[in-house]
Design a protein around this ligand. Structure first.
Ligand code: SAH
Ligand code: SF4
Ligand code: F3S
Length: 473
């Protein structure tokens, strides 16, 4: 049994001391070095990149998007599908040019992809430009690793197998000032048979409620308006703690923080979504009525082969219950098409499930074989073309339903959070409804970061269009 481990505050203090040492060297040399952090994959990885930027910022690095300008490049990788890995490898390969132009450039590759032995080997052999490789479990000691590369001038690989630990006190440099990610737990224990995440991210481990609440209070005080609680399966939050606090309790505690902000969360695993969670969402004023509840497939045989621990009937019952508590619930999902052995008939069950649930949006993927997972050795007789046909059909269904759902908003009033600029002249602002649907608006830039009432004037598969109430008055 995994026992929750933590990295001591002394260890983190030591890392931050290294940041100060590097800062002093940089200061003494009057240099203004720049770093580029390139992130692939999910929100967890985005949150990890904020820690890497936090450390780099403490070392005195500024940030750039230009590979030729950067003194340090960190590529934070994803391993969830082959496509993600190919993109990473392609882009790391292209850094040959920048390293040639700037030989002292330090190139680091970190994240989920390099927590797989065969990938680390590949980088060791075929990507000599890479100076530093570290897995998700070593992120907390990035300063020490980077300093070793700088002083010892040799390649460093830090990707030991580990179950993972909880770390507090790593500095964070967040992107933007309206929306924030807040990790509440790390790792995954579910071992869905297709998925690499439990192998690369280690066992499920929760942060203490007091640490999460302290960070949430800081975010609210700093003016953040949209806080997303993150975990691979937030519904199992707290199972490794002995304080009796579960995920619904945690939502209530964050909701109790005074201020005008929204709470979102992802991802919920249907096997442990509870009535208590839906009731809490409905009762907590600040909790968005938004639920990402990945179903993955509509056929019971496939769900079993995926090791998902629920069947179609249980999933549908949950959706019904969630909607009883929140009739305005925005519901989204993930679906895998072409799991090994999925027949035409089984795929049809995914289609009928989607028609029945009518998701606001669906994230659809073609099954990708992952080294070392149980599904990788299951017979997979169907061709890529067969799978592509299914995928295209599912996308059509998903797009049609999203467009129909968005059309139903036209003429309604919605309270939205204006969260950024679009760069387009006609609709220069982007906003999100309480349920997280994207709304394009025209208005003054000073509105970014505020909640406003809008009338929805149009919609398509991907977005809504609206006009600010004030302008209609
Ligand atoms: N923890 C989340 C999902 C994380 S991965 C959950 O369980 O819901 C995000 C999505 O990628 C998954 O929901 C799944 O739909 C998809 N995915 C994961 N492994 C995959 C694979 N091997 N091939 C294709 N899609 C995959
Ligand atoms: Fe992967 Fe399943 Fe864990 Fe999600 S719950 S990260 S799909 S193993
Ligand atoms: Fe990818 Fe790792 Fe997230 S594999 S999806 S970045 S947890």
């Amino acid at each position: 049994m995994y026992k929750r481990q933590t990295i001591s505050s002394e260890e983190i203090a030591r890392q931050r001391n290294i940041c100060s040492e590097i800062f002093q060297q940089i200061n003494a040399s009057r240099a203004h070095p720049l770093a580029l952090v390139d992130t692939y994959g999910c929100q967890q990885n985005e949150a990890d990149s904020e820690k890497i930027r936090g450390y780099l910022s403490e070392m005195g690095y500024g940030f750039t998007q230009d590979e030729y300008e950067a003194d340090v490049i960190v590529v934070n990788t994803c391993a969830v599908r082959e496509h993600a890995e190919m993109r990473v490898l392609g882009n790391v390969g292209a850094l040959n040019h920048t390293k040639k132009a700037k030989p002292e450039q330090i190139i680091a590759v970190c994240g989920c992809m390099v927590q797989q032995e065969h990938m680390t080997e590949k980088i060791k052999k075929s990507y000599p430009i890479v100076d530093l490789v570290f897995g998700p479990h070593e992120l907390w000691r990035f300063p020490e690793l980077l300093q070793s590369v700088m002083t010892r001038h040799k390649r460093i690989f830090a990707t030991e197998k580990a179950d993972g630990a909880v770390t507090e006190g790593i500095p964070l440099k967040r992107d933007g000032s309206v929306k924030a990610w807040l990790s509440i737990m790390y790792g995954c224990n579910n071992f869905c048979t297709y998925c690499i995440v439990p192998y690369v991210r280690g066992r499920e481990r929760s942060r203490l409620p007091e640490d999460i609440l302290a960070e949430a209070r800081q975010l609210v005080a700093a003016g953040y308006k949209d806080i997303t609680l993150l975990g691979q399966n937030v519904n199992s939050y707290g199972k490794d703690l002995d304080n009796g606090v579960d995920f619904a309790d945690l939502i209530r505690m964050v909701d109790d923080i005074p201020g005008d902000f929204l709470i979102r969360f992802m991802t919920s695993h249907p096997k442990d979504a509870t009535e208590k969670l839906f009731r809490t969402m409905a009762e907590c004023q600040k909790c968005a009525h938004q639920l990402h509840l990945p179903v993955q497939a509509g056929s019971d045989r496939i769900l079993k082969a995926m090791n998902r621990h629920y069947d179609r009937a249980k999933y549908l019952a949950q959706v019904k219950l969630a909607r009883q508590y929140m009739p305005d619930l925005v519901l989204t999902t993930d679906i895998i098409v072409g799991f090994p052995g999925e027949t035409d008939e089984e795929f049809e069950e995914t289609i009928t499930l989607c028609e029945e649930v009518r998701y606001d949006a669906m994230f659809t993927f073609i099954y990708s074989k992952r080294v070392g997972t149980p599904a990788a050795s299951m017979p997979d007789p169907y061709s890529r073309e067969d799978k592509q046909k299914h995928f295209d059909r599912l996308t059509e269904v998903a797009n049609r339903i999203s467009a129909e759902k968005h059309a139903a908003y036209i003429g309604t009033k919605q309270r939205v959070l204006i969260d950024g600029e679009t760069g387009h002249e006609e609709y220069n602002l982007s906003a999100r409804t309480n349920g997280g649907r994207l709304v394009h608006l025209k208005g003054d830039l000073s509105l970014v970061g505020s909640f406003r009432d809008v009338t929805i004037t149009g919609g398509n598969t991907w977005a809504l269009y609206g006009s600010l109430e004030e302008e209609n008055a």
